[in-house]
Design a protein around this ligand. Structure first.
Ligand SMILES: Cc1ncc(COP(=O)(O)O)c(C=O)c1O
Length: 445
């Protein structure tokens, strides 16, 4: 087939297949090849592709308007959607500010937090503490929170050098300790870091409830968030949760914070929120924070596309679909089946060090030797190789490097939450085949 000229540029060289159409958990390219999307794009497509009811709401709203500027008009979809979001969130999070994506949501959370302290006579509080590794977005503001070395390196002089504490990566503990004897040293590091910065200078601590791309679905040990939350409260620091990837049913509950009853001050949302049908993101916050900021002259922040009627109409429909189809329960059930299947593969092909995650946010860490946890050499690029081979076979998964982006290999397996048992089994067969081929390819190197 003749290759059309391409005037786009992407993050890497090379051409990709051109998408034609998609339905359920499957995508077809213009050459007719079928793919199973076992990572929901970038873990976004929670309700799967081609949902007719979303097309309908788009057509309905299009009859009225796609857009009305938020500084000129309120709009009914935004009012209805925020009402539904608040009704389905933990009680103390009762104010919504819309944006159009995950980085915008995280940056809005940072700015609301900072402005609250500024307006509340605590102007010295400006430092944000996050974890290493982590991913919170790629704008210059959020990059100061993200800890994944290859993404930061070129921009170091442009971004704030905020302090980081180790993520609870028990498989490769930063302190060489084991849970529970470790006494959750990684959570206790937060207090030491706050004290070293001066508590009066620290505004917020941000974390993904369950780690996403950078850590490969890292689930914190029991008690972790109790210490984090108590430490934040003790020093008057806001606890910000980045639920951009974990929200909207992904981990088996509507929000990740439900697993441990974490009481966040601000929560950042996007991805599954509109499941790829329209750009949408938001922050949920406590009313007391919002009141302080609005009473002091208003939130000094905002994006042009934010809270537009079409995005909110889609968001409301997606939320109703997730709740109506009980996709949280399906994510839990199918996630358990998928995780058990991946663990069985790990027993058959001993290059999997750990299968981790919750619901349908699962990670598989590859190692050369599961006994010593020795990673594959960096230049083997085992996670990318597995991903490329799986893609050739029609299975899409999501690779990253486990050790701060520099070495180690994991892939995310996170299919749409609408997945059925037989589709889970299909993914497992394809994953095992791709892993066998990868091991063989590595042996031939
Ligand atoms: C946890 C988390 N936060 C923030 C973001 C940034 O979202 P976006 O790519 O929509 O800017 C992502 C994207 O992968 C994410 O996984």
């Amino acid at each position: 087939m003749k290759t059309e000229p391409n005037y786009n540029f992407y993050i890497a060289k090379g051409r990709l297949p051109v998408v034609d159409h998609a339905e359920g958990i499957r995508i077809w390219d213009t050459g007719g090849k079928e793919y199973i999307d076992a990572c929901s794009g970038a873990v976004i497509s929670n309700i799967g592709y081609g949902q007719v009811n979303i097309n309908e709401v788009i057509q309905e709203q299009a009859q009225k308007t796609f857009f009305a500027y938020r500084l000129h008009f309120e709009n009914k979809p935004a009012l209805d959607y925020s009402k539904a979001l608040v009704a389905n969130s933990v009680q103390h999070l009762d104010r919504v500010f819309f944006v159009s994506g995950g980085s915008e949501a995280v940056e809005s959370a940072m700015k609301l937090c900072r402005q609250y302290f500024y307006d509340n006579n605590q102007g010295s509080r400006h430092i944000f503490i996050s974890r290493v590794p982590s991913y919170h977005g790629c704008t210059l503001g959020t990059l100061a929170l993200t800890a994944y070395a290859p993404l930061e390196a070129p921009y170091r002089p442009l971004i704030k050098n905020y302090p980081k504490i180790p993520a609870p990566y028990c498989y490769r503990c930063a302190y060489n300790l084991s849970y529970p004897d470790c006494d959750l040293e990684c959570a206790r590091e937060l207090e030491r870091t706050i004290l070293s910065q001066g508590p009066e200078n620290v505004a917020g601590f941000i974390a993904e409830p369950i780690g996403g791309a950078s850590t490969g679905a890292l689930v914190p040990p029991e008690g972790y968030f109790d210490i984090i939350q108590a430490t934040c409260r003790q020093y008057g620091i806001m606890l910000i949760l980045d639920e951009v990837m974990t929200g909207f049913g992904r981990t088996g509950s509507l929000f990740g914070y439900e697993h441990w009853n974490i009481e966040a001050d601000i929560v950042a949302l996007s991805k599954g929120m509109a499941s790829g049908y329209f750009p949408l993101g938001a922050i949920l916050a406590r009313q007391s924070i919002v009141d302080t900021v609005l009473d002091s002259g208003g939130f000094k922040h905002g994006h042009t596309y934010a809270g537009n009627p079409m995005a909110c109409a889609v968001g409301l429909k997606v939320l109703n679909y997730i709740l109506g189809q009980d996709l949280c329960t399906n994510a839990h059930r199918m996630g358990t089946r998928l995780k058990e299947g991946l663990e069985a593969i790990a027993r058959r092909i001993p290059v999997i060090g750990q299968v981790r995650g919750k619901g349908l946010l699962l990670g598989v860490e590859l190692v050369r030797d599961p006994d010593t946890k020795e990673p594959y050499p960096v230049d083997v690029n085992a996670g990318q190789l597995l991903t490329d081979i799986a893609f050739e076979n029609g299975l899409i998964i999501y690779p990253r490097r486990s050790i701060n982006g520099m070495s180690g290999d994991h892939v995310l397996v996170a299919p749409p939450l609408i997945i059925s048992e037989s589709e889970v089994d299909e993914i497992l067969v394809m994953f095992e085949k791709a892993l066998e081929q990868t091991v063989k390819r590595i042996e031939e190197l």
